[in-house]
Design a protein around this ligand. Structure first.
Ligand SMILES: [Zn+2]
Length: 80
């Protein structure tokens, strides 16, 4: 077991949001990602932590930077 930083994961059944990116300035599609935070117990062959909370955010499709943190409720409103 070890403690790690988890990679952002695309929420595949969510809609993309088109907005101006504060990082690159492009009017770009943003997709909804989630990332586990806090201390999560990881098992090497698993891709997801067993116990964790998630941060939800929008990620710019052009510069790949997270541009806006969103709440769980906002994330759910973007699900298809
Ligand atoms: Zn951008």
């Amino acid at each position: 077991m070890f403690i790690t930083n988890w990679q952002p994961i695309l929420i595949e059944n969510s809609q993309s949001v088109t907005m101006t990116c504060p990082n690159c300035g492009n009017h770009a599609k943003h997709q909804v990602y989630k990332q586990a935070y806090g201390l999560a117990i990881a098992i090497p062959f698993m891709s997801q932590p067993l116990i964790s909370n998630y941060n939800y955010f929008l990620l710019c499709s052009i510069c790949n930077n997270p541009t806006k943190k969103i709440s769980k409720e906002e994330m759910q409103s973007l699900l298809k």
